[in-house]
Design a binder for this molecule. Structure first.
Ligand code: CAA
Length: 258
């Protein structure tokens, strides 16, 4: 399917979704979010996709929700029409892992979009921030909840209240990103990680993703029980037999998602 705001590259078994509104620094408008939802739904339904990379340009992952689209909106438009309501929820509903490969600006909704992915690999050029306060509003894609979980209350509060940006080094030190790599290597590194994940059993991959994401929704003992039940369930799979046998036989496992 051809998209207006995305460039899709399918390098089986990974799918690269590139946000592509270069004249607006990939600002997230309704069209882009609708297309992103559609691309993620297709990816989830396509057996030849095992890992997804979401990326932007060298200059911007995404500079936020589209201010030019929002400027004419009233409270009634936003509230009654539930504008942007479920748009980013699709990302978390995606069962296959999504790596955000972030270079340049990831601001406002762009930072929130990255945080909704499973983990963030950052270029040394990356800049993260929640500058909505400078527009007389506040984060609306989950940024107050997510950033405080990732970097702690103090830094999240400072970021949201001042609107200042965090560079890649600070983002790595504070736990927002998994790793920082030179900007020119970002996609290469993201693909290497994506291929590594794609080699594993999708049953384990989906179980781990669901279990870690569950930790943001429920308490510790419920979360540990949830994890244990998925762990128990994985003992019914062919891939568990294959993985453990391969270890004993000193060979590389060949997983078949069974
Ligand atoms: N929405 C719409 N257009 C945007 C945009 C945005 N969020 N960010 C950048 N653009 C547009 C600019 O208007 C400009 O377009 P024109 O050439 O037509 O003027 C083009 O992208 C290039 O941007 P700049 O000329 O501003 O580039 P720069 O290098 O000088 O500055 C920047 C880059 C610091 C990121 C600056 O563009 C900026 O501050 N952008 C807005 C960031 C922001 O406030 N984001 C939060 C949005 S609100 C939100 O996201 C709410 C939410 O949580 C859901």
């Amino acid at each position: 399917m051809a998209y207006e705001t995305l460039i899709i590259e399918h390098e089986e078994p990974i799918l690269i979704i590139k946000l592509n509104r270069p004249n607006a620094l990939n600002a997230l408008n309704s069209k882009l979010l609708e297309e992103l939802n559609s691309a993620l739904t297709d990816a989830d339904n396509n057996d030849s996709v095992r890992t997804i990379i979401l990326t932007g340009s060298e200059k911007a992952f995404a500079a936020g929700a589209d201010i030019k689209e929002m400027i004419s909106k009233s409270f009634v438009d936003m509230f009654y029409k539930n504008f942007f309501s479920n748009d980013l929820d699709r990302i978390q509903a995606t069962r296959k892992p999504i790596i955000a490969a972030v270079a340049g600006y990831a601001l406002g909704g762009g930072c929130e979009l990255a945080m909704r992915c499973d983990f963030i690999l950052a270029a040394d050029s990356a800049k993260f921030g929640q500058p909505e306060i400078n527009l007389g509003v506040m984060a609306g894609f989950g940024g107050t909840q997510l950033l405080s979980k990732f970097v702690g209350k103090s830094k999240a509060m400072e970021m949201h209240l001042t609107g200042r940006n965090m560079d890649a080094g600070e983002a790595e030190r504070s736990g927002l990103v998994s790793r920082v790599v030179p900007a020119e290597d970002l996609l290469k590194e993201a693909k290497a990680v994506a291929y590594k994940i794609a080699e594993k059993s999708m049953l384990s991959t989906m179980g781990i993703k669901e279990s870690i994401n569950r930790s943001f929704e429920i308490g510790m003992s419920e979360g540990i029980l949830f994890e244990r039940r998925i762990f128990n369930a994985l003992f019914s799979t062919e891939d568990k037999k294959e993985g453990m046998s391969a270890f004993i036989e000193k060979r590389t496992p060949k997983f078949e998602d069974k």
